[in-house]
Design a protein around this ligand. Structure first.
Ligand SMILES: Cc1ncc(COP(=O)(O)O)c(C=O)c1O
Length: 387
């Protein structure tokens, strides 16, 4: 049967947009570009989820999430991010940042509206806007500035159709942490042009060296025009548990609620108790993981320096954006050949838009000894290409 006549125009437009997912692990293949952390949270988190099950906590919760979790999120945002939200009306617990982003976009975007973001960017922003018939407007950045956006370029991309700006720091795929001056520049721009800012902060815990994470909503004048999106996936090794949240002024949360309800009703209840446990206990345990990721970051950089192959020094998140232009291959060609010839998996830089052509996304998420084996294979493979 030919189903195409039953499908919406949007389903046709997005056909193949995700590519194919290989669900069966291929023996010998090492994924050096994965976005999934290789650690799990401490046992007390698992215990909290098991306890929720033992207590038969399996029914719907409040649409916005259990009150204890919303209170814990508001407290975390106050203490760690200098963000002040009312847990009763300004926090919406979601099924990951992914659902959060789509919920936000649904509440903000009409067909043909535009959302402006520095590029390379997280690839889902493109699909979210396309699903709504809106458009993501990428503002290109380059390795020369370590992929730090020029605020004047952002300003030039704003049109009467612009609904919002998306700020992603630390960045996937580039590893850029936006400096305070840039964030302040974006904040000023948002206020001058009367725009909302969607601040995707899911990599906030991954910052290296002197870099530090600053929440957009904590800057002067920005509380009322920032929608903060965050998640338990990356910071706490809980990607499959699907838990995230939106923090925003109450009228915006209220406007988002029907979309969240249409997709989820509420976030998974067991997972919410796991998230509550994470936030109620000290989070020092994460520091060990950050230290290990920093070790891998240095190993990556040493490997690339030795080859040599240029890259953008990772300031945050857990990615390294590698400049493969000296090999003469495109991002897609490089990834295909790395898979075939070196049994290595990378993400092409182009997943985050055209600005990533000539780059691949490596990651810090693979543990020993596969990580070191992968780097050795990478070295041999690239040296072969450079000959
Ligand atoms: C920048 C960014 N935002 C959002 C998400 C979605 O994360 P979650 O697992 O919380 O849905 C990801 C996942 O890779 C991401 O990289």
């Amino acid at each position: 049967m030919d189903y195409s006549k039953y499908l919406s125009t949007r389903a046709h437009a997005l056909h193949g947009a995700l590519g194919k997912q290989t669900s069966v692990p291929i023996p010998g293949l090492i994924n050096l570009g994965s976005g999934t952390p290789d650690f799990v949270p401490p046992p007390f988190v698992m215990e909290a989820m098991q306890q929720a099950l033992r207590e038969n906590k399996v029914q719907y919760t409040a649409w916005t999430g259990i009150p204890e979790l919303r209170a814990a999120i508001a407290e975390k945002l106050k203490v760690e991010n200098n963000l002040h939200y009312d847990p009763a009306t300004e926090i919406l617990v979601t099924s990951g940042a992914q659902e959060a982003l789509m919920t936000v976009m649904m509440a903000l975007c009409n067909p043909d509206d535009e959302v402006v973001t520095p590029a390379p960017h997280y690839d889902e922003y493109t699909r979210d806007t396309r699903i709504l018939g809106a458009k993501l407007v990428p503002v290109e950045t380059t390795r020369e500035t370590n992929f730090t956006v020029n605020v004047a370029d952002l300003a030039a991309a704003i049109t009467p159709r612009t609904r919002a700006l998306i700020v992603l720091t630390p960045n996937n795929p580039t590893g850029t942490v936006l400096p305070e001056a840039t964030l302040r520049g974006i904040a000023q721009l948002a206020q001058e042009r009367d725009l909302l800012v969607i601040s995707d902060e899911i990599y906030e815990y991954y910052v290296f060296d002197q870099h530090r994470h600053i929440s957009m909503g904590s800057l002067p004048g920005m509380h009322e025009r920032t929608i903060t999106v965050n998640s338990f996936s990356k910071s706490f090794g809980l990607t499959g548990m699907r838990l995230g949240y939106i923090a925003a002024p109450a009228p915006l949360i209220e406007a988002m609620l029907p979309f969240h309800h249409a997709m989820m009703i509420c976030a998974n209840v067991v997972t919410q108790y796991g998230g509550l446990a994470v936030l109620q206990q000290p989070r020092d345990w994460f520091k060990e993981h950050l230290k290990e990721y920093d070790r891998r970051r240095h190993l990556w950089m040493e490997t690339l320096d030795r080859i040599p192959l240029p890259y953008s020094e990772p300031q945050g998140a857990y990615y390294i954006f590698i400049d493969i232009r000296p090999t003469g291959l495109t991002s897609a060609e490089f990834c295909a050949r790395a898979r075939e010839e070196a049994r290595l998996v990378f993400q092409p830089g182009t997943i985050g838009g055209g600005a990533g052509e000539g780059f691949i996304r490596g990651a810090l998420t693979k543990g020993s000894p596969d990580f070191e084996t992968g780097l050795d294979r990478f070295t041999t493979f690239v040296q072969g290409l450079l000959k």
